[in-house]
Write a protein that binds this ligand. Structure first.
Ligand code: KIV
Length: 280
């Protein structure tokens, strides 16, 4: 079957038809190409890039300019997947106008298809303003890394009835505001299942159990490219750090021993040309 570019309707139809949505992050051209070629539905240029690519301690220092730079590269590698730009901390909290301007940059400068905002009622105004400006918004509830300090650390959210109910209320509010889907991060599996059942828009889980309408992981985590720490919800499908490290050590060894480059990796010149050169 001919592959077509994924749209919001495709994602919402997947929920309706009981088919799972697949989503992964990418921050540059080569990884976006690999993710797109693998047939993943959605590529998120996540602000997780601050930690897994830029080596920062959290996502808080990530700026709009950093996000746009990486989103532009990911766009060039994305042909079919639905591409989402993650609004970084303080790009949508100051005013509705600033939120619209920054969301607009993802669309105009980086060619994204939508943006993602973290939070519930506190970001409703910004969410509605962006949607009213014609930009689709993916919500993000549960553990919201940009406000981890307010949440008291990287902890599972909604572990008691009151907390779970709050997430459900926020999910309803984001659905009413017009979000096309919601990420649920670090929420108990049965809470995520309930929210998924109650909402008409898709839920995409990360550390939220198997019953969400889709799943997302940070690609660098699941391919073993970032192992400063590996969260419980991450499954490492490959251990690329070890593979790359082996290759790097082999290269060092071969250069030092004069094994690399050999004739197959060198360029030749005809004998007569060398003779002429020597005569000069
Ligand atoms: O920044 C990110 O990569 C995210 C995902 C973990 C959902 O927000």
């Amino acid at each position: 079957m001919e592959r077509k570019k994924i749209t919001i309707t495709d994602l919402q139809n997947k929920k309706r038809d009981g088919k799972k949505i697949t989503m992964l992050t990418a921050y540059d051209y080569p990884m976006a190409r690999l993710v797109d070629d693998a047939g993943i539905d959605v590529i998120l240029v996540g602000d997780s890039l601050g930690m897994v690519v830029l080596g920062l301690d959290s996502t808080v220092p990530v700026t709009m300019d950093m996000m746009i730079h990486h989103a532009m590269a990911a766009r060039r590698g994305t042909k079919y997947a639905f591409l989402i730009g993650d609004m970084p901390f303080m790009s949508y909290q100051i005013s509705k106008e600033e939120a619209i301007r920054n969301a607009g940059r993802f669309m105009k400068e980086a060619g994204c298809d939508a943006v993602k905002l973290e939070g519930g009622e506190e970001v409703l105004e910004a969410t509605m303003a962006i949607i009213n400006a014609g930009i689709p918004v993916l919500g993000h509830l549960g553990l919201t890394p940009q406000t981890v300090s307010k949440l008291g650390g990287f902890k599972v959210q909604g572990k008691d009835a009151e907390g779970a109910n709050k997430i459900l209320e926020q999910a309803y509010a984001l659905e009413r505001a017009g979000c096309f889907a919601i990420v649920l991060e670090c929420v108990p599996d049965r809470v995520a299942k309930l929210i998924t059942k109650k909402l008409s828009i898709p839920t995409i889980g990360i550390g939220a159990g198997p019953d969400c309408d889709g799943q997302v992981l940070v690609t660098n985590d699941m391919v073993g490219l970032f192992d400063r720490f590996v969260p419980k919800f991450v499954k490492q499908y490959v251990k690329l750090s070890a593979v790359i490290s082996d290759g790097l050590k082999k290269y060092k060894d071969e250069v030092e021993k004069g094994i690399f480059p050999d004739a197959t990796h060198s360029f030749s010149i005809k004998d007569e040309e060398i003779k002429k050169l020597k005569k000069k």
